[in-house]
Design a protein around this ligand. Sequence first.
Ligand code: HEC
Ligand code: HEC
Length: 407
Amino acid sequence: MKHHRPRRTSQGPWTVVLVCAVVTCSAAGVSAVGCEDQRPTLEPTSGEGGTTVTTTSATASVDKGEELFSGLIDDLMGACGDCHDAGGFADTPFLREPRYESITSWPGIITKDPQESLFLTYSIIGGGHSGINLDSDALKDTLLPKILEWLTEESKAIADVPDEQKGKSVDPFAPIMGFNAVYLTDIDKTLEGMAITFNANELTPSSLELTKVEVHTTSKMGIHMVHPLFSVYPKGGDPNPDPADSFSNVDQYVDFGQSAPLGPGTLILTNWVQGGKLQISFEAIETYSSSDPDGGTDGGPTGGCKDLDSFNANAKASFGQCLGCHGGNNGQATAAVDMQGLNGDADVANACAQIRNRVNPGDPPNSQIFITTDPNGNAAHPYKFNQNQGAFNTFQTNVSAWITAEQ
Ligand code: HEC
Ligand code: HEC
């Protein structure tokens, strides 16, 4: 199978520097003093005899994105809804209700450069899409121009990333209210498949809680990250970094084959703005490995599964349906959760260890393997049991018997 989720690999030549948005900060209920004191890395460095700081090009007052979307949603549902609504033929329901939230938080649809949107790189002739394409005769003069106008408007509302964060940050993205997996692949190809995962929950219109913030490495390579900083990108506004700089002390090594909480594993952003985006930057981010993975032990440094017998008896067969992507054919899927060991039982212990990193023995239903594949859920994973809830339920029941045994 073709790896059909292209991601940006390079960043445009943005030339803009961040201004510490004290106004936005105090508007969110945080004292301006705290705002200034706690964000040293993002203070504008004032030049001799004055400031050389430029503001971002995003204009604060204009937000026509949602309005333009309302104007095209009927056409879009008509052309794409049968497959991309909840329960549709495709397992990628970016048009499920609430539609505007779903489509804008689906990875790769809203991009800083509209031409890099999956809509214009994938659902076009020659892009690899199996459904109707936006540049087909039926749509190229009707829906496509509206989509272009809308994507352009959305991208204008995304502020530029500060120069000093370029190459060390993930592009701004709209968090899903629920489970998110943020891939680090775009920072550097060597980080393919590594991700930061978390659950997002809006506590109030101006505070966003992230829980279970975890780092996931691949079965071959680990990661070293220093000082991750989450910034809020209000629509049409300037970037506004976490006022508490919550992860300023993080200098963390996570070995290959492992997953670990990022710092304390939770974060509350008191500068959240509804409809905004998040961006994550790092002071340093690089691959790391305690040893040559090929010479390592089965299952990697975690020690792997505690109850391999239960995995074999209850769970192993259920993962057959995942192997089309996680068994080696899809690079990012395999790097994220490497199930190649299940191909002909080549190395079941290793595959089990990989899957083990995505389960929650104390609370099996909240395991990532379920949350991300549930046809009823809103996670942005490209396989959801072909929208067959019964098949998902069977999977969950069988695999949970093993997950409980991992306690
Ligand atoms: C007949 C069903 C069908 C229709 C209609 C359809 N699609 Fe799709 N689409 C799919 C399937 C199936 C996939 C999964 C990958 C594949 O097979 O291309 C997909 C995948 C996609 C993806 C990639 C999502 C991801 O993250 O992997 C995009 C973007 C997309 N479609 C856009 C559209 C747009 C825009 C329309 C309407 C103009 C549309 N599709 C209409 C079946 C359809
Ligand atoms: C159509 C291809 C495909 C199939 C089939 C598939 N996955 Fe995935 N999976 C992916 C991709 C691609 C990623 C990386 C995520 C991304 O690029 O957005 C991924 C990532 C994941 C993750 C990491 C968290 C996340 O959501 O990113 C988990 C857990 C996961 N898959 C579980 C499963 C399980 C369990 C199955 C089988 C029941 C399965 N996948 C079947 C393509 C697939």
